[in-house]
Write a protein that binds this ligand. Structure first.
Ligand code: ZN
Length: 106
């Protein structure tokens, strides 16, 4: 899935949580939320860099470790507030990538 889609979804999470006043945001939370998209830097190690027919969970070394990423995300969300939104961003990233591969039968 493309980075603008991930950024848009992260923005929706931010405004959704802000609107309903569920959590008190800090500016660093927004940076952490957007920086979760840096997981897509593993695309740079494959050729071609972007291939819409490729399954990221099989081809890219950071996406391949999705279980570890989910575990790390849960740790940050539940036990380490300063990086909690990095965890939220990583989970939303993996969720969108998962929806993408299911929609396109990869
Ligand atoms: Zn991805």
């Amino acid at each position: 899935m493309l980075t603008p889609t991930h950024s848009f979804f992260d923005t929706l999470i931010y405004f959704g949580l802000s609107y309903f006043d569920i959590i008190k945001f800090r500016y660093f939370d927004l940076i952490a939320l957007y920086s979760a998209s840096l997981i897509d830097l593993d695309h740079l190690f494959s050729k071609p860099i972007f291939d819409s027919k490729r399954n990221p969970f099989k081809a890219h070394f950071l996406h391949k470790n999705w279980k570890t990423i989910i575990f790390f995300s849960m740790l940050t969300i539940f036990f380490y507030r300063p990086l909690a939104f990095l965890g939220v961003g990583l989970l939303s990233h993996l969720l969108l990538d998962f929806i993408y591969i299911k929609r396109h039968h990869l």
